[in-house]
Write a protein that binds this ligand. Structure first.
Ligand code: CMP
Length: 138
């Protein structure tokens, strides 16, 4: 079993579609083994997205990510990182495949409803950034 880190973002919590997103996750054989609804602080959001700090969209991204609650999650599956990226669809919803979370729910390239780790190494870093071992129950 492998793990990935997921965030259900503020556009989704605001529209009350977190259950609908979790349903898609579970129907695709990923198990939610940790989950917490939190309000990100600016510091946490900036630390999490520090690889993007020189990008033109960084400031808007941080304002958006602290604009409402998020659901942080650890997902487990046989190929969690890759499987969740397929289920999420492309970052830009206009390029996302039919049936993916972003195709169905994302509003635009920024308010794209979900985040998922892009590698096993980053999944470990991102999970450890938000969760303690005791929070994860298999
Ligand atoms: P995420 O997968 O969480 O990674 C970085 C986030 O920045 C991305 O999803 C979007 O929410 C946001 N973003 C805004 N504009 C862009 C862009 N042009 N390219 C990539 N990500 C963007």
């Amino acid at each position: 079993m492998t793990r990935t880190f997921s965030i259900i973002k503020p556009d989704a919590t605001k529209r009350n579609i977190t259950g609908a997103i979790n349903k898609i996750i579970e129907e695709n054989d990923l198990k939610i083994i940790a989950q917490k609804r939190i309000l990100l602080t600016r510091e946490l959001a900036e630390g999490f997205y520090k690889v993007h700090k020189d990008k033109p969209f960084f400031n808007d991204l941080i304002e958006y990510m602290i604009s409402g609650p998020v659901i942080i999650q650890v997902l487990e599956g046989s190929n969690a990182v890759e499987d969740y990226r397929k289920i999420m669809g492309a970052t830009n919803p206009s390029e996302a495949k039919e049936g993916s979370i972003r195709k169905k729910y994302a509003l635009n390239i920024q308010e794209n409803s979900v985040h998922g780790s892009d590698s096993d190494q980053n999944a470990k870093i991102e999970i450890e950034y938000f969760f303690e071992k005791k929070d994860i129950v298999v």
